[in-house]
Design a protein around this ligand. Structure first.
Ligand SMILES: NC(=O)c1ccc[n+]([C@@H]2O[C@H](COP(=O)([O-])OP(=O)(O)OC[C@H]3O[C@@H](n4cnc5c(N)ncnc54)[C@H](OP(=O)(O)O)[C@@H]3O)[C@@H](O)[C@H]2O)c1
Length: 291
């Protein structure tokens, strides 16, 4: 199966590497060209533009930072739309809002192509291990055809119906995750300031009903003030912003998410945007401390 891959950031690099490892022929493109080199060493070809990748491949996957990147790669000069046509499929796995996804879907469909949104739950390590959870929606036939690729990149994929449902599901999940990270940070600070050992708190949490892989993975690094970027904080804040907009649209009051968004915004303004999202702990600990 020949697959195009647009966007080789933290996630895209790991996902395309998995496709290569499992025998897919992969043609990659990235805005910053140098990030293609490692993939080429593992057997990938390079496309000079998104349009060139789409021209060459029956299926093209994108993993881009945010709505503006997803729109730019689809609509701009040398973009996906220039070469998409009947018989070709475009699968956007970026986390965006339902409107962005729908806009891209409409234009792809007008040109005769098939579109699937397929954002993922899971971070750098699950991407490397092929253990992502794939939240797909759009053209069912394209979903069925993409299953071999999804099986390599993920441990489970869901087909959620019409375009927008994948985006919304992903935003709900990340809204919960961002709020959890803020509550966890407050707990770590409260334990410390009230004279408790933070490692003991981590041990207690890990044995009880609110144990989860995120606390277990990130907690020990956070108490060492260490935030190696797996999920960049700027993307978590983007997801909180998009989830809050979804809440606005549906008149859902979300004061916990709104407060969490403020903490992520503060962390961005203090220079933590490219740290892992767990760096929001720095803001909870010392609101004026900068990166
Ligand atoms: N990291 C995670 O844990 C995680 C988990 C689930 C979902 N996601 C979502 O997956 C997506 C990618 O995340 P990531 O962590 O891989 O992000 P990342 O490391 O920041 O990579 C972002 C990618 O988007 C490209 N890009 C940004 N702006 C662009 C533009 N205007 N035109 C073309 N390309 C552009 C970047 O190209 P350059 O290399 O040229 O900058 C890079 O390839 C995001 O939507 C994120 O929310 C991430």
């Amino acid at each position: 199966m020949e697959v195009g891959f647009l966007g080789l950031g933290i996630m895209g690099k790991a996902m395309s590497m998995n496709l290569l490892r499992h025998g897919f022929k992969v043609t990659v493109w990235n805005r910053t060209l140098s990030k293609c080199e490692e993939l080429v060493e593992h057997g990938a070809s390079i496309g000079k533009t998104p349009a060139e990748v789409v021209k060459k491949c029956k299926y093209t996957i994108a993993m881009l930072s945010d709505p503006s990147a997803a729109l730019s790669v689809a609509f701009d000069k040398d973009g996906v739309l220039e070469q998409i046509c009947s018989g070709k499929g475009y699968i956007d796995m970026s986390t965006v809002d339902a409107d962005t996804s729908s806009k891209i879907s409409e234009e792809i469909t007008k040109k005769g192509g098939c579109f699937l949104e397929a954002p993922v739950s899971g971070s750098k390590k699950p991407a490397e291990d092929g253990q992502l959870i794939i939240l797909a929606a759009g053209e069912k036939q394209l979903y069925d055809e993409a299953i071999p690729a999804f099986n390599v990149m993920g441990k489970k994929s869901f087909f959620l119906g019409q375009v927008g449902n994948g985006a919304k599901m992903k935003l709900v999940v990340n809204m919960i995750m961002g709020s959890m990270m803020n509550a966890f940070s407050e707990g770590l600070v409260l334990a410390d300031r009230s004279g408790l050992d933070q490692q003991t708190l981590l041990d207690v949490l890990d044995l009880g009903a609110i144990a989860n892989p995120m606390f277990k993975l990130k907690g020990p690094a956070m108490v060492q003030n260490n935030y190696p970027p797996a999920f960049p904080l700027k993307h978590q804040q983007k997801d909180m912003r998009l989830a809050l907009a979804l809440g606005d649209e549906n008149a859902v009051s979300m004061p916990v998410a709104a407060a969490s968004n403020e903490a992520f915004k503060k962390a961005r303004s203090l220079g933590f945007e490219d740290h892992d999202f767990s760096a929001v702990y720095e803001v909870v600990k010392a609101p004026e401390h900068s990166a």
